[in-house]
Design a binder for this molecule. Structure first.
Ligand SMILES: [Zn+2]
Length: 106
């Protein structure tokens, strides 16, 4: 569960960077609800090896907004939202380092 103060930071960043997000573009009815957790989406860096999955490989941290009417879900990259500090800093020599995460550690 994401603490309320972190939820406010996430929603504030989304509102600032994507003010046009209001009503769901699929059903034109629903409003967005922030998923109470982060999503770690694996990145396949060697397409020729697909569908082999490397456990613990590179990933990108995302937040999800779900339409409360039709379930349409938006995924937004925490790093791009400027919220990279919300995820753990990558450890040197760790195989789970995210290239995006490293870029935000400057
Ligand atoms: Zn919808």
């Amino acid at each position: 569960m994401i603490p309320p103060e972190i939820q406010q930071r996430i929603l504030g960043a989304i509102t600032q960077r994507a003010p046009a997000i209001q009503i769901c573009p699929v059903c034109h009815v629903g409003r967005w609800t922030l998923l109470e957790g982060l999503i770690k989406l694996p990145i396949i860096t060697e397409p020729k090896q697909f569908p082999n999955v490397v456990l613990g490989g590179a990933s990108v941290p995302l937040v999800a907004l779900t339409c409360n009417h039709c379930g349409n879900t938006l995924l937004m990259n925490l790093m791009v939202l400027g919220l990279g500090d919300l995820v753990a800093s990558p450890q040197p020599n760790s195989e789970s380092n995210s290239p995006d995460a490293r870029q935000d550690q400057k």
